[in-house]
Design a binder for this molecule. Sequence first.
Ligand code: NI
Ligand code: MN
Length: 227
Amino acid sequence: MSVKATWLSHACFLIESPKARILIDPFLTGNPLAPVKAEAVAADYILVSHGHGDHVGDTVAIAQRTGATVVSNFEIHNWLAAQGVKHLHPQHIGGGFDYPWGRLKLTLALHGSALPDGSYGGNPCGFLLTLEGCTIYHACDTGLFGDMALIGEEGIDLAILPIGDNFTMGPDDALRAVKLIRPKRAVPIHYDTFEVIRQDPGAWAKRVEQETATRVTVMKPGETIAL
Ligand code: NI
Ligand code: MN
Protein backbone atom coordinates (compact mmCIF):
# COMPACT_ATOMS: atom_id res chain seq x y z
CA MET A 1 0.00 0.00 0.00
CA SER A 2 1.29 3.39 -0.86
CA VAL A 3 -1.06 5.95 0.56
CA LYS A 4 0.11 8.90 2.64
CA ALA A 5 -2.12 11.10 4.79
CA THR A 6 -1.00 14.53 5.96
CA TRP A 7 -3.01 16.43 8.57
CA LEU A 8 -3.13 20.12 7.70
CA SER A 9 -4.97 20.84 11.00
CA HIS A 10 -8.67 21.14 11.86
CA ALA A 11 -10.53 18.84 9.40
CA CYS A 12 -8.08 19.33 6.53
CA PHE A 13 -6.23 16.28 5.18
CA LEU A 14 -4.11 15.73 2.12
CA ILE A 15 -4.35 12.11 0.96
CA GLU A 16 -1.67 11.17 -1.56
CA SER A 17 -1.50 8.04 -3.70
CA PRO A 18 0.59 7.33 -6.80
CA LYS A 19 -2.51 8.34 -8.80
CA ALA A 20 -3.75 11.55 -7.15
CA ARG A 21 -3.44 14.17 -4.44
CA ILE A 22 -6.79 14.52 -2.67
CA LEU A 23 -7.31 17.52 -0.41
CA ILE A 24 -10.19 17.44 2.09
CA ASP A 25 -11.85 20.53 3.64
CA PRO A 26 -8.99 23.00 2.99
CA PHE A 27 -9.42 25.59 5.74
CA LEU A 28 -5.97 27.23 5.84
CA THR A 29 -6.41 31.02 5.57
CA GLY A 30 -7.54 32.31 8.96
CA ASN A 31 -6.77 28.98 10.63
CA PRO A 32 -4.33 29.60 13.51
CA LEU A 33 -3.01 26.01 13.37
CA ALA A 34 -2.52 25.73 9.59
CA PRO A 35 1.03 24.50 8.86
CA VAL A 36 0.96 25.69 5.21
CA LYS A 37 -0.45 28.57 3.23
CA ALA A 38 -3.27 27.96 0.79
CA GLU A 39 -1.00 29.20 -2.02
CA ALA A 40 1.47 26.37 -1.36
CA VAL A 41 -0.91 23.40 -1.44
CA ALA A 42 -1.08 21.05 -4.43
CA ALA A 43 -4.23 19.11 -5.27
CA ASP A 44 -5.79 17.09 -8.08
CA TYR A 45 -9.08 16.68 -6.22
CA ILE A 46 -10.67 18.69 -3.41
CA LEU A 47 -13.45 17.18 -1.30
CA VAL A 48 -15.79 19.56 0.56
CA SER A 49 -17.90 18.01 3.33
CA HIS A 50 -20.24 20.93 4.07
CA GLY A 51 -20.74 24.65 3.65
CA HIS A 52 -19.22 26.06 6.85
CA GLY A 53 -16.29 28.43 6.43
CA ASP A 54 -13.90 26.19 8.37
CA HIS A 55 -14.42 23.48 5.70
CA VAL A 56 -15.07 25.27 2.39
CA GLY A 57 -12.15 27.46 3.44
CA ASP A 58 -9.77 28.11 0.52
CA THR A 59 -11.50 25.70 -1.87
CA VAL A 60 -12.30 28.29 -4.55
CA ALA A 61 -8.79 29.80 -4.64
CA ILE A 62 -7.00 26.43 -4.59
CA ALA A 63 -9.31 25.01 -7.28
CA GLN A 64 -8.73 28.02 -9.51
CA ARG A 65 -4.95 27.93 -9.06
CA THR A 66 -4.48 24.17 -9.44
CA GLY A 67 -7.37 23.21 -11.73
CA ALA A 68 -8.35 20.53 -9.20
CA THR A 69 -11.74 18.84 -9.50
CA VAL A 70 -13.95 19.68 -6.53
CA VAL A 71 -16.28 16.98 -5.22
CA SER A 72 -19.15 17.94 -2.94
CA ASN A 73 -22.88 17.51 -2.58
CA PHE A 74 -25.08 18.90 -5.36
CA GLU A 75 -25.99 22.13 -3.51
CA ILE A 76 -22.36 23.10 -2.81
CA HIS A 77 -21.52 22.07 -6.39
CA ASN A 78 -24.01 24.67 -7.65
CA TRP A 79 -22.56 27.34 -5.34
CA LEU A 80 -18.97 26.58 -6.42
CA ALA A 81 -20.02 26.76 -10.08
CA ALA A 82 -21.45 30.23 -9.38
CA GLN A 83 -18.07 31.23 -7.83
CA GLY A 84 -16.39 30.31 -11.14
CA VAL A 85 -14.92 26.91 -10.21
CA LYS A 86 -14.59 25.00 -13.50
CA HIS A 87 -13.98 21.36 -12.63
CA LEU A 88 -16.70 19.97 -10.39
CA HIS A 89 -18.25 16.61 -9.63
CA PRO A 90 -21.46 16.48 -7.61
CA GLN A 91 -22.37 13.43 -5.53
CA HIS A 92 -24.77 12.90 -2.69
CA ILE A 93 -25.15 10.95 0.53
CA GLY A 94 -25.12 7.20 0.01
CA GLY A 95 -23.77 7.54 -3.52
CA GLY A 96 -20.35 6.30 -4.55
CA PHE A 97 -18.31 7.01 -7.68
CA ASP A 98 -15.22 5.38 -9.14
CA TYR A 99 -12.57 8.02 -9.84
CA PRO A 100 -9.27 7.27 -11.61
CA TRP A 101 -7.65 7.03 -8.15
CA GLY A 102 -10.30 5.00 -6.33
CA ARG A 103 -13.84 5.09 -4.98
CA LEU A 104 -15.50 7.83 -2.96
CA LYS A 105 -18.82 7.45 -1.18
CA LEU A 106 -20.53 10.27 0.68
CA THR A 107 -21.75 9.25 4.10
CA LEU A 108 -24.26 10.64 6.58
CA ALA A 109 -23.19 13.43 8.95
CA LEU A 110 -25.32 15.07 11.63
CA HIS A 111 -24.51 18.76 11.35
CA GLY A 112 -25.44 22.00 9.47
CA SER A 113 -24.22 23.19 6.09
CA ALA A 114 -25.02 26.86 5.30
CA LEU A 115 -22.38 28.40 3.03
CA PRO A 116 -20.36 31.48 4.10
CA ASP A 117 -22.72 33.87 2.25
CA GLY A 118 -25.80 32.24 3.77
CA SER A 119 -26.60 30.13 0.69
CA TYR A 120 -28.19 26.74 1.24
CA GLY A 121 -25.50 24.07 1.41
CA GLY A 122 -27.68 20.96 1.42
CA ASN A 123 -26.92 18.19 3.86
CA PRO A 124 -23.43 17.82 5.33
CA CYS A 125 -21.55 14.58 4.66
CA GLY A 126 -18.59 12.47 5.61
CA PHE A 127 -16.27 10.68 3.18
CA LEU A 128 -15.51 7.02 2.64
CA LEU A 129 -12.48 6.65 0.36
CA THR A 130 -11.14 3.38 -0.99
CA LEU A 131 -7.81 3.64 -2.76
CA GLU A 132 -4.79 1.40 -3.24
CA GLY A 133 -6.40 -1.28 -1.07
CA CYS A 134 -6.91 1.15 1.79
CA THR A 135 -10.24 2.33 3.24
CA ILE A 136 -10.42 5.70 4.96
CA TYR A 137 -13.46 7.13 6.72
CA HIS A 138 -13.30 10.88 7.34
CA ALA A 139 -16.35 11.60 9.50
CA CYS A 140 -16.02 15.40 8.98
CA ASP A 141 -18.26 17.48 11.27
CA THR A 142 -20.82 15.23 12.90
CA GLY A 143 -22.50 14.15 16.08
CA LEU A 144 -22.54 10.48 17.02
CA PHE A 145 -25.01 8.30 15.12
CA GLY A 146 -25.71 4.58 15.37
CA ASP A 147 -25.31 3.98 11.64
CA MET A 148 -21.57 4.51 12.05
CA ALA A 149 -21.72 0.75 12.66
CA LEU A 150 -22.81 0.30 9.02
CA ILE A 151 -19.86 2.39 7.84
CA GLY A 152 -17.62 0.21 10.01
CA GLU A 153 -18.92 -2.90 8.22
CA GLU A 154 -16.98 -1.71 5.15
CA GLY A 155 -13.72 -2.49 7.02
CA ILE A 156 -12.03 0.76 7.94
CA ASP A 157 -8.24 1.04 8.00
CA LEU A 158 -8.23 4.66 9.16
CA ALA A 159 -11.06 6.60 10.84
CA ILE A 160 -10.62 10.37 11.07
CA LEU A 161 -12.89 11.58 13.85
CA PRO A 162 -13.73 14.95 15.39
CA ILE A 163 -13.23 15.12 19.17
CA GLY A 164 -13.59 18.88 19.74
CA ASP A 165 -17.06 18.86 21.30
CA ASN A 166 -19.36 21.92 21.11
CA PHE A 167 -19.82 21.77 17.28
CA THR A 168 -19.21 18.02 16.80
CA MET A 169 -18.70 14.86 18.80
CA GLY A 170 -16.63 15.36 21.92
CA PRO A 171 -14.20 12.81 23.36
CA ASP A 172 -16.89 10.62 24.99
CA ASP A 173 -18.98 10.27 21.84
CA ALA A 174 -15.90 9.93 19.63
CA LEU A 175 -14.89 6.95 21.80
CA ARG A 176 -18.37 5.48 21.27
CA ALA A 177 -17.90 6.14 17.53
CA VAL A 178 -14.70 4.07 17.56
CA LYS A 179 -16.62 1.23 19.22
CA LEU A 180 -19.22 1.36 16.42
CA ILE A 181 -16.77 1.75 13.52
CA ARG A 182 -14.02 -0.56 14.83
CA PRO A 183 -11.28 0.88 12.60
CA LYS A 184 -7.72 -0.44 12.67
CA ARG A 185 -6.46 3.07 13.34
CA ALA A 186 -8.05 6.37 14.39
CA VAL A 187 -6.84 9.98 14.22
CA PRO A 188 -8.57 12.72 16.24
CA ILE A 189 -9.28 16.05 14.54
CA HIS A 190 -11.34 19.25 14.85
CA TYR A 191 -9.93 20.30 18.24
CA ASP A 192 -7.80 23.20 19.58
CA THR A 193 -8.37 25.38 16.50
CA PHE A 194 -10.69 27.59 18.54
CA GLU A 195 -10.99 28.15 22.29
CA VAL A 196 -14.37 26.37 22.53
CA ILE A 197 -12.99 23.12 21.10
CA ARG A 198 -9.89 22.71 23.29
CA GLN A 199 -9.27 19.02 24.05
CA ASP A 200 -6.58 16.63 25.25
CA PRO A 201 -6.04 14.23 22.31
CA GLY A 202 -3.46 12.19 24.23
CA ALA A 203 -5.97 11.45 26.99
CA TRP A 204 -8.53 10.45 24.36
CA ALA A 205 -6.00 8.16 22.67
CA LYS A 206 -5.30 6.44 25.98
CA ARG A 207 -8.98 5.79 26.63
CA VAL A 208 -9.56 4.45 23.11
CA GLU A 209 -6.60 2.10 23.31
CA GLN A 210 -7.66 0.88 26.77
CA GLU A 211 -11.24 0.17 25.74
CA THR A 212 -10.93 -0.93 22.09
CA ALA A 213 -8.58 -2.76 19.72
CA THR A 214 -8.09 0.44 17.68
CA ARG A 215 -4.68 2.10 17.58
CA VAL A 216 -4.76 5.90 17.84
CA THR A 217 -2.28 8.24 16.19
CA VAL A 218 -2.27 11.79 17.54
CA MET A 219 -0.86 13.88 14.72
CA LYS A 220 0.77 17.30 14.74
CA PRO A 221 -0.37 19.78 12.09
CA GLY A 222 1.74 19.12 9.01
CA GLU A 223 2.59 15.56 10.06
CA THR A 224 2.31 12.71 7.54
CA ILE A 225 1.47 9.07 8.19
CA ALA A 226 1.83 6.14 5.79
CA LEU A 227 -1.10 3.76 5.45
NI1 NI B 1 -19.23 22.69 10.46
MN1 MN C 1 -16.18 22.54 11.49
